[in-house]
Design a protein around this ligand. Structure first.
Ligand SMILES: NC(=O)c1ccc[n+]([C@@H]2O[C@H](COP(=O)([O-])OP(=O)(O)OC[C@H]3O[C@@H](n4cnc5c(N)ncnc54)[C@H](OP(=O)(O)O)[C@@H]3O)[C@@H](O)[C@H]2O)c1
Length: 267
């Protein structure tokens, strides 16, 4: 699907090669943006880049990146600068090892913090000064319905995803006067359409192999979702495109779009 106003725009996608991120990459490419996919699994990244180039519009580049490595992110940013300004940043890194708090190994605390929060802090710290200087830019991070509704099986992940909303809104206040927009998408449970299209390191890959856990989680979750079904990664990517494109006249910042079947209904 084509979104207007994105031709020739430049986007960095940190985690643009897996479940939701791959569709963000492809929708941006279909809309004519130049994309730089920063990820560890470059095989998957290159497959997406090839699909992106098939639209025959913008450029599609893959940069091997560990998003916890400061220099690697700076390198990915410099690849975007080869096209010009950095107009859009999608940060799709995140994941969980579900379990009740009392059962979780404390060794996971730091890993969850690094994966779901510190990586995003670093990207903000590197990219926001550039967007501020440009006096333009759109930064989108991925929270979760779990960051809005406390869920016993996702205690630390949920707390960190809640923190991402707070952080985005704080930064949106700070950077709004410079024309920089910071928004959040909060998906509900969104399994892959095709497990072969997940990156090697995606935690979803490990999760869906545990069929019993998936069945139990689904049975617990579904009755709480008004629309009675799980999410679709491609549909979720459209929420990112809505925020990235100028269809709302660039007049949205500090917003959270839920794509969660109505599980969370903000007042
Ligand atoms: N799917 C859901 O049910 C769901 C629900 C709510 C919220 N979310 C959130 O939505 C976002 C996207 O989720 P998803 O479903 O697309 O998950 P995913 O398929 O597991 O994608 C995670 C992405 O992060 C990248 N990544 C992980 N560690 C990295 C690292 N150290 N350096 C660079 N890239 C790294 C992965 O690529 P590489 O492995 O190649 O690096 C992959 O592209 C996440 O923040 C997730 O928490 C997802």
């Amino acid at each position: 699907m084509y979104y207007p106003g994105l031709e020739g725009k430049n986007a960095l996608l940190i985690g643009g090669n897996s479940n939701i991120g791959q569709y963000v990459s492809l929708l941006l490419a279909e809309s004519g943006a130049n994309i730089v996919i920063a990820c560890r699994d470059t095989k998957r990244g290159n497959e997406i880049a090839e699909e992106a180039r098939a639209f025959g519009k913008g450029e599609a580049v893959v940069v091997k990146t560990d998003c916890s490595d400061w220099e690697a992110i700076e390198n990915a940013v410099s690849r975007v600068h080869e096209f010009g300004a950095i107009d859009i940043l999608y940060h799709g890194v995140g994941g969980d090892w579900p379990g009740h708090f009392l059962d979780l190994d404390p060794e996971l605390w730091d890993k969850l913090y690094q994966l779901n929060f510190k990586n995003i802090l670093m990207a903000y710290k590197i990219v926001l000064p550039i967007m501020k200087q440009q006096r333009s830019g759109c930064f989108i991070t991925m929270s979760s319905v779990m960051g809005r509704i406390p869920t016993p099986m996702e205690p630390i992940y949920g707390a960190l995803k809640c923190g991402l909303i707070y952080l985005a809104q704080t930064l949106a206040l700070d950077l709004g006067p410079y024309g920089v927009r910071i928004n959040v998408v909060a998906p509900g449970p969104t399994p892959p359409k095709d497990p072969d299209r997940l990156s090697e390191g995606s935690l979803l890959k490990t999760l869906i192999e545990n069929k019993e856990l998936v069945e139990n989680l689904t049975a617990e979750i579904l009755p709480q979702i008004p629309l009675g079904k799980l999410g679709d990664p491609e549909a979720c990517a459209h929420a990112v495109l809505y925020l990235a494109s100028p269809v709302t006249g660039g007049y949205q910042t500090g917003q959270v779009i839920g794509v969660d079947g109505g599980w969370w209904m903000p007042k």
